[in-house]
Write a new protein. Structure first.
Length: 131
């Protein structure tokens, strides 16, 4: 006779190296980061998407109300400053999440217009069709 299946203990916790299996790749995880300075790159190196066309999901919390800009760079071209949140300052100590399309061949970084500590900055590349 067939034996019943063992009961499930729920989802298996993911390790960082397994994230691509879920179609999500973490590119940056800042926790209690320093104040980068106004209009200065937050990340020490730019982020490059790992796939042709995908999406970045950005979660951020700042200590000082500020506009958050995405700096889009492409070799041989001018860096484009793209304001998130309709160019309205984020509320201090309030978590916000944004998503936007990205493409290989361009590099990305982030800046705040008003200097202040970056509490949280998490940047994930979402490879699937659902964000």
């Amino acid at each position: 006779p067939m034996q019943p299946a063992a009961p499930s203990l729920g989802p298996t916790p993911h390790k960082e190296k397994d994230m691509a299996a879920d179609n999500i790749i973490n590119h940056a995880a800042v926790h209690e980061g320093s104040a980068p300075g106004a209009n200065t790159d937050i990340l020490s190196s730019d982020i490059t998407p790992s796939h042709g066309v995908s999406c970045f999901r950005v979660t951020v919390q700042v200590t000082t109300a500020s506009v958050l800009n995405v700096m889009v760079k492409k070799t041989g071209n001018t860096t484009q400053t793209c304001a998130l949140n309709n160019n309205v300052a984020l509320v201090a100590s309030s978590l916000s999440t944004f998503s936007f399309g990205c493409v290989s061949g361009q590099d990305y970084n982030f800046q705040v217009e008003t200097d202040g500590q970056i509490d949280i900055l998490q940047v994930d590349e979402v490879l699937g069709g659902v964000i």
